[in-house]
Write a protein that binds this ligand. Structure first.
Ligand code: NAD
Ligand code: UDP
Ligand code: UDP
Length: 317
């Protein structure tokens, strides 16, 4: 395949920067990375900026964007509960107005468009594991609603543009993903626990730690993104992308302590409202339609992520 011009929104974020880097590995690809730096970091894309096929544009996707590209990956939206609850109105706007603008762009260009949706569309799920056919259990009024309902509305827009304007859409529902380049202040559980363990600080478990999550290593996830974008036109999604290995938050804390050799103790803090009790992807469809499944175990992924944060913390001393 010849090179393509590819727009990545949210490209300076954790997942976006890995996606840009991966796409640049295909000879001839040109990347336009759009980000407003709300939760992204320059250092994530520092190494890419010397590449002549990489271009950075500071822009907020809630405003229209006119560029010429062959395909679009829409990732712009803060993803950590701490970040998306800082300015909840802006979070809904990033998902909803961002989707409208990027879909308008895709419509004008007749370009395929990928949406980074989320397992949060299932809310606090009563069906376990979660298949794509499950409609979810979301509190529309709670602290997480700006993110959950924003992402649900974005999915609605994607499917209406698909039906109404025949857009080629690619919607994936991402389950908890971790790895190098998460922000030190990201606030999500894997980076929090690793940083606390490396600093010898208490590990903050919210609630009793019996709630579960399924953790996917970033490299696996990005391969899933590419498989989705390169799938046949009729594959629209939504498709769950994640690692079905399920762990309690307490198990995660113990594993991180073990792998870092830390002397950190566990402290139990208040559980935030609407915190989902269980989460695990059913990835049958990803396996069947994309031939994709994750390869990296939690232990292996944590070792790589710990090595990254050791370097980051060393450089800050
Ligand atoms: P992140 O916060 O590191 O990245 C999001 C990026 O989007 C940041 O660089 C941020 O500055 C940028 N951004 C935010 N609002 C913007 C706007 N209005 N205009 C332009 N840029 C904007 O988070 P991430 O983990 O890399 O998540 C990327 C995407 O994947 C998000 O859409 C998120 O909802 C989705 N997702 C991630 C996970 C996960 O576990 N990492 C899970 C489910 C869904
Ligand atoms: N849009 C954009 N870039 C484009 C084309 C459209 O940002 O290249 C925006 C446009 O400003 C509009 C949105 O996308 O607000 C939706 O476009 P669409 O054509 O679907 O709707 P309309 O312009 O008819 O409202
Ligand atoms: N969590 C925790 N300690 C932390 C950060 C998070 O116990 O320092 C818990 C959180 O309450 C949730 C789980 O870990 O039950 C995953 O949280 P995260 O913010 O990473 O993602 P999400 O809740 O969106 O899945």
């Amino acid at each position: 395949m010849t090179g393509r011009r590819i727009l990545v929104t949210g490209g300076a974020g954790f997942l976006g920067s890995h996606l840009c880097e991966r796409l640049l590995k295909t000879a001839g690809n040109e990347i336009i990375c759009v980000d407003n730096f709300f939760s992204g970091q320059r250092r994530n894309i520092e190494r890419l900026q010397s590449n002549a096929n990489f271009e950075l544009l500071r822009h907020d996707v809630t405003h229209p964007l006119f560029v010429e590209v062959d395909e679009i990956y829409n990732l712009a939206c803060p993803a950590s509960p701490i970040h998306y609850q800082l300015d909840p109105v802006q979070t809904t706007k990033a998902s909803v107005l961002g989707a409208i603008n990027m879909l308008g762009l895709a419509k004008r260009l007749k370009a395929p468009i990928f949406q980074a949706s989320t397992s949060e569309v299932y809310g606090d799920p009563v069906v376990h594991p979660q298949p794509e056919s499950y409609w979810g259990n979301v509190n529309p009024l709670g602290l997480r609603a700006c993110y959950d309902e924003g992402k649900r509305c974005a999915e609605t827009l994607f499917f209406d543009y698909h039906r109404q304007h025949r857009l080629k859409i690619k919607v994936v529902r991402i389950f908890n993903t971790y790895g190098p380049r998460m922000h030190v202040k990201d606030g999500r559980v894997v980076s929090n626990f690793i940083i606390q363990a490396l600093r010898g600080e208490p590990i903050t478990i919210y609630g009793d730690g019996n709630q579960t999550r399924s953790f996917c290593y970033v490299d696996d996830l990005i391969e899933g993104f590419l498989a989705m974008m390169n799938s046949a036109d009729e594959v629209t999604g939504p498709i769950n992308i994640g690692n079905p290995g399920e762990f309690t938050i307490r198990q995660l804390a113990e594993l991180v302590i073990d792998l870092t050799g830390s002397k950190s103790t566990l402290v139990f803090e208040q559980l935030p409202s609407d915190d989902p009790k269980q989460r695990r992807p059913d990835i049958t469809i990803a396996k069947q339609s994309l031939g994709w499944s994750p390869k990296v175990s939690l232990q292996e992924g944590l070792v790589r992520t710990i090595a990254y944060f050791e370097e980051v913390l060393k450089s800050r001393r």
